[in-house]
Write a protein that binds this ligand. Structure first.
Ligand code: UP5
Ligand code: MG
Length: 199
């Protein structure tokens, strides 16, 4: 049989909005493959012999968005590897990407004809709730960016660079918004209803 063209849902929302948490639940219920761009970058940072370790380290601590050449290659490789192992796995949640115009252009030039973006799943949450969740997680996460100083920068980057991307998709009618300020299960109830309909 012909391999299916990858079907992608971009998952966006502020730092700590619950993207990763909800993606885990979507995987359990709907069998998507979850690819977190942030997790892939953190993995690359740790990889022996990576030429990008130091750069990624600095960008993440400063809440800045890593040049797309690095991120898009990690995403592309992960998608190809997933589909190589099992051709049935062609539905992807791409979590935390695209975050700015550079990301969007990188996707367009490398992936546009290789994958279909179905829509953007947008977890809407106030900045304060986002900050509180990340600070709480920071007590045990070991993430270098779960501190007040980095969080201020992450929020700023989110507002300046990522919101306009969501806005752009919104104008194309491609955003599905979920109120992410509620409890995990309440949020997921909405996510599930949405994906039952059009996932
Ligand atoms: N939690 C989750 N849901 C909750 C709920 N409904 N009620 C109460 N608590 C809830 O959740 C965060 C915390 O909140 C957890 O403790 C959770 O238990 C709790 P999580 O699900 O992890 O939220 P998420 O939105 O995934 O938060 P994350 O911190 O991962 O979001 P970011 O977007 O900030 O982080 P990401 O890993 O995507 O990116 C990190 C950095 O990598 C970026 O700042 C950037 O420097 C770099 N990056 C790039 O450069 N390019 C990319 O393409 C991607 C990342
Ligand atoms: Mg995450």
């Amino acid at each position: 049989a012909l391999a299916m063209k990858p079907q992608v849902i971009f998952v966006l929302g502020g730092p700590g909005a619950g993207k990763g948490t909800q993606c885990t639940k979507i995987v359990e219920t709907f069998g998507y493959t979850h690819l977190s761009a942030g997790d892939l970058l953190r993995g690359e940072r740790m990889r022996e012999g990576s030429e990008f370790g130091q750069l990624i380290d600095t960008y993440i601590k400063d809440g800045r968005i890593v040049p797309v050449e690095i991120t898009i290659n990690l995403l592309k490789k992960a998608m190809e590897e997933t589909m190589r192992l099992d051709q049935q796995n062609f539905r992807f949640l791409i979590d935390g990407f695209p975050r700015n115009q550079d990301n969007l252009q990188g996707w367009a030039s490398v992936m546009e004809d290789k994958a279909d973006v179905k829509f953007v799943l947008f977890f809407e949450c106030s900045d304060q709730v986002c900050i509180d969740r990340c600070l709480e997680r920071g007590k045990s996460s070991g993430r270098t960016d779960d501190n007040r100083e980095s969080l201020e920068k992450r929020i700023k980057t989110y507002l300046q660079s990522t919101r306009p991307i969501i806005e752009q998709y919104q104008q194309q009618g491609k955003v599905r918004t979920v109120d992410a300020s509620r409890g995990v299960d309440q949020v997921f109830a909405d996510v599930k209803a949405l994906l039952d309909k059009e996932g």
